[in-house]
Design a protein around this ligand. Sequence first.
Ligand SMILES: [Mg+2]
Length: 366
Amino acid sequence: MTDIRLAIRDITVRSVLVPLARPLATRVVTIEQAPLLLLDLYTEEGVTGRTYLFGYTARGSVHMAALLHDILAMTRGDRVAPVDLFAKATKGLTLMGHQGLAAMAVSGFDVACWDALARAAGVPLVTLLGGRQRPILAYNSNGLGLIAPEAAADQAQALLAEGGFEAVKIRLGRATLAEDLAALRAVRKAVGDNVLLPCDFNQGLSVAEAVRRGRALDGEGVHWIEEPIVYDDLEGCAKIAREVATPIQIGENFYGPRAMAEAIAARAADYMMPDLERIGGVTGWLRAAALAEAANIELSSHIFPEVSCHLLAVTPTRHLLEYVDWAAPILADPLRVENGQVEIPDVPGTGIAWNEDAVAKFAVEL
Ligand SMILES: [Mg+2]
């Protein structure tokens, strides 16, 4: 590898609204379209780093775009040294806070910087990070919202068949425990005993209800219980983790590694699953992975499978990758899954490149 020197020239952001192949109804929200913000970071040397951010709400991408323009203003001409730039961008936005939209914008900027660096080096991101390409075990998370038991059973089988998956996530949090159990049992009956069934309450329960439903799930063989209650009630999560035998999973709403350190200190969960856009991009993920190793906690990923596969490959306590195909329609070369495992693309960078025709089709004004 030669000395890689890149300087930031420009950033462009584009907003797209991509219909989901399978709309996702959760306890708190129904998602039918993915609002994605496509980020291109141009360097003076002609190398372009890319990633996308998830806007969550219709206007989310607009706010992140504005913050990315602020980050460009403070880093234009700087050398692409992601660790330094992460610190600079975070400091530059510090009065906007270290959470929420500011953290998301810094995370996206960080991923694009790392991607540019790996492209300039001519290696996959995982190689730049000191790891190697390996198949990453994944579960299919593309559906199984709060639908009727028979529909859930059919959809679970379809989701498993799509990429040879042996794990699929089911959303819970129906009006009653009995309804949750009916759906879960229908799915279990359809998929057999060996399939892993992580389940997600999407923050929808009270602590008392989470303990009640969690204990009922203890006999059902679910792989984990995800976000039973509001994400930032660590004390409540710790109580549930103590009183429920099934592993509790949280982490997609950790803003930066410090939030994860606090959750570990509170013994808030058995498993953790940082989100690329909230944990601090590649830089934040690597620090979270070190915390997970030190605490001996299995680490999974949250959405963004295209980048997360590189990161899980260098995560000592690597657990499961959450596979979603939400960005696939606007990618030139969507991620491939075989036998339930994601292949890390053998191309420089993360492998993210745009399908410009699809981008034009799904474009929305910023
Ligand atoms: Mg979740």
